[in-house]
Design a protein. Sequence first.
Length: 580
Amino acid sequence: MGQIRLLSDVLASQVAAGEVVERPASVVKELVENSIDAGALRITVEFHRGGTRLIRVTDDGRGMDRSDALLSLERHATSKIRESADLTTISTLGFRGEALPSIASVSRFSLSTRHREETVGTSVEVSGGKIIEVKDSGEAPGTRIEVADLFFNVPARRKFLRGEQTEAAHLLQQIEILAVAHPEIAFTCRRDDREVFRLAASDDLAVRLRDLHGAGFLEKLVPVPCLHHQGIKVHGWIARPGEGRADRNLQMLFVNGRMIHSPILSLPLREACDGTLAKGLHPPAVLFFEMDPAAVDCNVHPAKREVRFRDPALLRSVALMAARSAWATAAPSLTNLPSSTPVTSPWKPSEFSHQQEFTPASPVPAYAAQPSAFPDASRVAESPSSPPSSVARFIGVLGIRYLLFEDEESLLLIEIRAARERVLYEQFVSRLRLGELESQHLLLPEVLEMSSADLAWIEAHRDLLYATGLVAEVFGGKSLKVDAIPAAASSLPVEEIVAGLVDDLRKITESPSLDSLPREALAASVSRLAAAGARISAGEAAAQMLLRELLSCELPYVTPGGRPTMNQISPGELKRRFTA
Ligand code: ADP
Ligand code: MG
């Protein structure tokens, strides 16, 4: 009994029309999604010459009987929706019934399929949209679709294809996305007759991520504990604090199983990194958001890459919560401690090989984790009230910027200003939770000339500035009268403080992603100024104190702006540097 119906004309026009087939990668997406919808447990994707010569997708799914096989090639033939009300409750990946006919109309196409309950299969040959042959075939249950010579009959489209390498890269990226979304399905991929990967089915996303990107990748991630908030569920993995890369290729955000690109989800993730990641870097993440299909409209983009949320603000806060809760439960790990490469160096682009990229990580001493495990605390703990002592031995100060410590045989370098910035930042964030930062009154108010744009912004954000400790008012239309400044930065010239705060905070208030300015931003700005103004004292006691304070921070390894605070050179690294 056939399962496919033709969509009514009315319904067909309600379905957004659009080109599904842009390039080989989009063909693969449509075919593999069909296999997933058909309940396949094993999917094989083969392609030749970047997919321009041939794409073959084989699955062990439900298969089709002859009438369905023929119907599947008619426009708007779909087994997945019957009437327009169904559009609000779509749970399958495909629903428009236009992929197969579109693909078949621009390629030499063949479909070979056998329904699980039938003994004989069907094969259909189509060329440029015309059915050439239909015959019985003796396939295993499941479906195999071959798409050869994509766009052979539409030279204008063919011209738009990029080189084979580029098309292959898009195609692999696409398969990777589908494979990440479905660890429970085994995937095999062959490129020009060579196996690219063979992924075993697993009920564990971590296994799939490891199989695709190597164990090194997984180490850079922390799990997002399963979160349930107002009808939205989220789970997955996100980069450890301080881990980022310049592109978003490793940021995969799925809504009801479909990967989407949406600033509503990606901006809050970036926002959650403020304070640990330099501008321009994004946290890799694989997150699955599940919600009532009626809460999201996925029929707004021809390739279904974009969606519209009924309650974007809710999604935004769930994304933010997901990142923060992952980090709250993940103690700063030792593997975070940079060796001689800074934490913020972008990751290598994703690769599909199994032999993974892996820069040999130097062994890292357990500074932050168990200070008490180190017996040699004799050189520290000058004051009885000091926190548990750190264990590194102070060597000295290099120039005016760095503190040098020794631990076992490795060398630890602390950048004084960056370390102060991190320490102050964390203090300020917690103080801002309770109220304002401390201010220091000026003996005489200071009057600053400022641009009218800056003055207007200051006028509009007085409360915000007040929270940092700055008390000031616009005066005579052209100047600002400053009565008090943030106490922590009081050694800097008033003008520098005001300019610094306005510069930092204005950018943030202008960003469309935020409803309100987070404390973190205020704290970051003041700590940067305060660290810049702080006097350097080079004594051992101060050095040990700074190290201890730094190590008791929640995220000791980077400044709020993402600069490393410390660098460690391991014995191995030292040895390498002295080897011929
Ligand atoms: P849609 O996925 O939007 O329904 P398609 O054009 O992609 O439209 O596919 C049309 C129909 O063909 C599907 O609804 C499904 O019933 C059937 N079909 C396509 N691919 C497969 C497959 N690999 N296995 C089983 N059925 C399939
Ligand atoms: Mg489909």
